[in-house]
Design a protein around this ligand. Structure first.
Ligand code: FHN
Length: 618
């Protein structure tokens, strides 16, 4: 349940109040008398300019993203005025054009005709309890529903314009399906998020860069309505890409401003990377679509969104439903790489979720609820202690490894697990079966030999108890020595010398490390030492824009000193627990966007910003 926590904020930037008041005024429909903005909240830290750092926390470890990283499995809902056509449009010449949520554009439906059909939209059978019940029955723990798709039609009673379900439909004007969904989700302990398309086919000010700011003010006002009225846990942006019909002027700088504004509205919000330009430095997580990355994504959390059939919005003719077994395997695959799975349903014109969707979701929930198999997903993540096998997926939760076997061995056959670090497997059991599993050390890992058969056709889970070897207690580090120069060449006397808790900085276009440092043309050197908690091969990962180089124990291990846009660079280094390895990081910002993050991971350490307690200034 997304209950707003006390505002535990760090380096939260909020839109200057002057602009916020302008946004509120701009939200009013044309012609309405502007009323003075409500009493402004307490002054917020600078929203932009020198000294601003937009990195609010480490999404890999922060309390703010904890629910997202634990829940793993969500329901996507594509529901809007396009649903009223149910995937088909008959042109005046009698030919039939098919599409779902893109039907207006792809079928070239004239504006007035699309508005006319939207006026007949009447999702009277939309039942929030039933929708949430289907999500719950599937084992889904959050819901993301389209509040406004590319057609610009708002599914809540927005006051910004009349192109919405309250003012432009045949629907009961006393109802608010977003409020109904929020209430049902809250009762069921499921978090609610909103999808919101930046790209807007309907707003007259969208396509022209000269009038785009007017659209932008209305967009900000709508987003404020959603945050204020429904308290979403998450905002799922879309429609950020360069395109035409209509032209999309959205820029990375627009995304920077929007993300800053939203975090000022609610510091607990989780925001996806399509708020900007879908980069590793935008928002809190990446959004691969209709695909599952083969490994944890470097530098960012991630969530794979996928359809149940071939369409996001409802298409009455599309019966190409994925099997529940394949859906369970997708979910296991996602969790084993520390990702989330956002699986879509498209309600029909009356607001009903198609029965084949409900059936498959129920079968997924049955699998998750059987014999504790859900432990392989909820709160589980990258099974980094072992190589990912070809016979299934391995996720890890604490001292447990969940080997989800999709190709069960022939009688007497075994499953090989290749260890990535010194682990000792001390126990093994098949969830949902009392059959024995023999575990034998074999070459570079272990052989698992189950005595019986698979328990189901999706995946049979072998729960292993695996001792990952010694992990030292957290260190007592205070951070690294930081020297900041007001030039991009680290020359002269540093303008700022201080201890920096960690290297987790998003200065973006307008910010910089300190007030006396310009947004462009600066450089930073961090020096000190890093103390690992485990003795194994670590991956050091930098996310940088513009230049970066890293030395470990005096050796240059990352060298990307040519100016670049956001870049992820990695190095494998052997570290010894209890040893302080010397560390030097140099960074330069030439012009434009500016980011510098240093993360680590290892077989026994999930990816994270290298934490302060493991960093020392000397
Ligand atoms: O154009 C949209 C599409 O209609 C759908 O909403 C998907 C879901 O992620 N996003 C965009 C395509 O990437």
């Amino acid at each position: 349940m997304h209950t707003p926590r006390p505002r535990t904020t760090r380096r939260v930037a909020a839109l200057p109040l002057l602009v916020a008041a302008a946004l509120a005024a701009a939200a009013l429909p044309a012609g309405a008398a502007a009323t003075p903005a409500a009493a402004a909240p307490a002054a917020a830290p600078p929203a932009s300019g020198s000294g601003t750092d937009h990195a609010v926390d480490d999404p890999f470890t922060s309390e703010r993203t904890s629910w997202f990283r634990q829940d793993r499995f969500g329901m996507f809902i594509h529901f809007g005025a396009y649903s009223n056509l149910e995937g088909e449009y008959t042109r005046p010449d009698g030919t039939v054009c098919r599409d779902a949520e893109w039907i207006k554009r792809q079928c070239n439906i004239p504006d007035e005709e699309y508005e006319k059909q939207a006026a007949t939209f009447n999702p009277a059978d939309f039942d929030a309890e039933a929708v949430v019940g289907a999500a719950k029955d599937a084992g889904m723990r959050y819901i993301v529903i389209t509040s406004k798709h590319h057609d610009g039609y708002a599914m809540w009673p927005t006051k910004v314009n009349s192109w919405n379900l309250r003012d432009h439909s045949a629907f009961d004007k006393r109802r608010d399906i977003m409020a109904e969904l929020k209430k049902a989700a809250k009762k069921a302990g499921i978090k609610l998020g909103f999808y919101y398309s930046i790209w807007d086919w309907h707003d007259p000010d969208f396509a022209d860069p000269a009038t785009f700011p007017q659209y932008e003010k209305r967009m900000y006002a709508q987003l404020k309505e959603l945050v204020d009225n429904y308290d979403p846990a998450l905002l799922w942006f879309d429609g950020e890409w360069a395109t035409d019909r209509p032209h999309n002027p959205w820029t990375a700088q627009d995304g920077e401003r929007l993300e800053t504004y939203l975090r000022g509205l609610d510091p607990d919000l989780v925001v996806n990377n399509r708020v900007g330009k879908r980069r590793v430095t935008d928002g809190d997580y990446g959004t691969p679509e209709q695909e599952i990355p083969g490994a944890p994504v470097d530098g960012q959390l991630w969530e794979s969104c996928m359809t149940l059939n071939g369409h996001w919005g409802y298409a009455r003719y599309d019966e190409n439903w994925k099997s529940s077994a394949s859906l369970v395997r997708n979910l296991l695959s996602t969790a084993s790489r520390s990702g989330n799975y956002l699986l879509n349903v498209g309600p029909d014109a009356r607001g009903r979720v198609p029965e084949p969707s409900v059936q498959r979701l129920g079968e997924m929930g049955d699998w998750l609820r059987t014999a504790g198999q859900g432990n392989a997903v909820y709160g589980a993540g990258f099974g980094g202690l072992v190589e990912q096998p070809d016979w299934g997926f391995v996720s890890r939760k604490g001292d447990k490894l969940y080997a989800a076997v999709t190709t069960w061995p022939a009688a007497g056959g075994s499953l090989h697990l290749k260890a990535r670090t010194d682990i000792e497997v001390t126990g093994a059991r098949v969830l949902g079966s009392d059959q024995q599993v023999t575990v034998t050390e074999a070459g570079d890992g272990y052989d698992l030999t189950p005595a019986g058969s698979a328990t189901n056709d999706a995946a049979t889970v072998i729960e292993l108890t695996a001792d990952p070897g010694p992990t030292a207690a957290p260190g007592g580090g205070t951070g690294l020595k930081q020297e900041v120069y007001d030039n991009p060449a680290l020359t002269g006397t540093p303008k700022v010398t201080r201890t920096d808790a960690d290297i987790n900085h998003s200065w973006k276009y307008t910010g910089s490390p300190a007030k006396n440092i310009p947004a462009d043309g600066f450089s930073v050197r961090w020096t000190g030492s890093v103390e690992p908690r485990r003795s194994e091969t670590y991956t050091l990962t930098t996310v940088s824009d513009d230049n970066v180089r890293v030395w470990l124990d005096g050796k240059l291990v990352i060298d990307n000193w040519t100016p670049h846009n956001t870049s992820v660079d990695k190095a494998q280094v052997d570290l010894e627990a209890g040893t302080r390895h010397s560390l030097k990081v140099e960074y330069a910002e030439q012009t434009g966007d500016a980011h510098m993050k240093l993360l680590w991971s290892s077989p026994g350490q999930d990816q994270q910003i290298i934490p302060q307690q493991q960093l020392y200034p000397n």
